[in-house]
Every structure is written in structure tokens, then in C-alpha cells.
Design a protein around this ligand. Structure first.
Ligand SMILES: *Cc1c(COP(=O)(O)O)cnc(C)c1O
Length: 232
């Protein structure tokens, strides 16, 4: 695989993010691109770095481990964006800088315990199932604040915001509703929970990142639009 088109693709994406920020009266510096390198070789990480990107995302622990091994732990900030099983948490812990997919109290308890053992602090975003689709994991909007209250009390774990995935639909209004709902939940969590740090909203993928930026995203997770279609 060759990534010679990445700089031009990235320039176009940055321009669109800039336009979306203008429409929403936001400074573009608030938006960080997480280059989603899953299924691509470590060369994609190096190409992303060379193009000026400093954040890469992987959705599986095994692949994250391989990529970190090849590209280097300090090559980029590593984001774990896919579901993390509790029995893989120990292996994953030293590999990521930010977990986007904290989706249960039990996972939070496990991460807290491992962080204390390792003498480190885990940084994570709570995943919200804003659309209510059954296929999606994450906290329902109704249960989120109570769950966050418990999670934020755990030592060794710092919750720095929320993540959501838009519903699978072409209906732009439903996509936008999921994003704006997640933004309002972040505001509510910040009001009610002093230990919650409302730094991030991880929202937006290749086909919906402009709407996500207009609705307040600070981390857009982009794969296809930067690296091309993934092999099945
Ligand atoms: C694969 C993936 C992305 C990137 O998807 P694209 O449509 O290729 O941009 C973003 N977020 C998560 C959680 C993913 O698994």
C-alpha cells in the first residue's frame, strides 16, 4: 500500500474542518484529527506522522500491539477506539494514551485496578450510545450521568470526555441529533460531576465529520478519507 496521496487528502480534510469551524464559530485548533490506521500496515502511521498528524487510532488490541511494536510507542499518541474486553485490559494498558470506548462500569473498575497496580493513570472517554441502536455499545443517555458518577470516583482513572458513534443512516438529521445530544450530555456531566473533565468530544468519522465538528467535536476519527478504502 502506498500513501503518497495522504498529504493532499489531509489538506482537503483540514480545509473542510476549517469551513465547518467557521460555520460553528469555533477555532479550528480545537479539532484534532485521529488517523485511524486499522487494517493498514505500520507504514500508514509513519506516513501520517510525515504528513503532520500526531494521533493514530486502532480498534483492536492485537493490532494496536503490533503497530506500536513496529512504529514505536512514542511515534504518535495512540488512541484505542474499539471495544476493549476486560480480559485484554492488562495487555492494552501500556499501549494507548486515550481509550475512547469506556462502555461499562466493570471495565472502568478493571482499568482502575490495573492503573493502581501499575502506578499509572488511565485516560478514557465514556462511550455514549446516543442513537439507541442495539448494535452499538456504550452507556444510554439515561444511565450515563449516574454511571459516570461512579466511574469518576474510581482512583487511577481519569474520564476526559465522551465518545459517540453516529447511527448507520443517511438521514443527516438523526446523525446530527446523536452528536448534539452527546454534546449536551457532556455539558450536563460537567455541571454535575466535579471529577469529570470535559476536555473531549470524540465524534465524527469519514462520512460525518463535518456535521460532528459543527456540533462540537474535538476529536474526529478518520480512516477511509485519509487512507482510502480498507480491504474487507
Ligand atoms: C474504523 C473506525 C473509524 C474510522 O472510520 P472511517 O469511516 O474509515 O473514517 C472511526 N471510529 C471507529 C470506532 C472505528 O472503528
Amino acid at each position: 500500500m502506498e500513501y503518497s496521496s495522504l498529504p493532499a487528502r489531509l489538506a482537503r480534510v483540514r480545509e473542510r474542518i476549517g469551513d465547518a469551524c467557521l460555520r460553528a464559530s469555533r477555532p479550528p485548533e480545537e479539532v484534532t484529527i485521529v488517523a485511524v490506521t486499522k487494517t493498514h500496515p505500520a507504514a500508514a502511521v509513519l506516513a501520517a506522522r510525515a504528513a503532520g498528524l500526531r494521533d493514530c487510532g486502532e480498534n483492536r488490541v492485537q493490532e494496536l500491539e503490533e503497530k506500536v511494536g513496529e512504529a514505536g510507542r512514542d511515534a504518535v499518541r495512540w488512541h484505542l477506539i474499539g471495544q476493549l474486553q476486560r480480559n485484554k485490559a492488562r495487555r492494552a494498558l501500556p499501549l494507548f494514551d486515550l481509550l475512547h470506548s469506556l462502555d461499562s462500569l466493570r471495565l472502568a473498575q478493571r482499568l482502575s485496578q490495573l492503573a493502581l497496580e501499575a502506578g499509572t493513570e488511565v485516560h478514557a472517554l465514556a462511550q455514549v450510545n446516543a442513537s439507541g441502536e442495539e448494535s452499538k455499545s456504550g452507556f444510554s443517555p439515561e444511565e450515563l450521568i449516574d454511571a459516570l458518577g461512579e466511574i469518576c470516583a474510581l482512583p487511577g482513572l481519569r474520564v476526559e470526555g465522551l465518545m459517540t458513534m453516529a447511527p448507520f443512516t443517511d438521514d443527516e438529521r438523526r446523525v446530527r441529533d446523536a452528536f448534539s445530544r452527546t454534546r449536551r450530555l457532556r455539558e450536563e456531566a460537567a455541571r454535575q460531576l466535579p471529577a469529570f473533565r470535559p476536555l473531549h468530544l470524540s465524534m465524527g468519522m469519514s462520512n460525518d465529520y463535518e456535521a460532528a465538528v459543527e456540533e462540537g467535536s474535538t476529536l474526529v476519527r478518520l480512516g477511509t478519507i485519509l487512507f482510502g478504502e480498507r480491504e474487507a
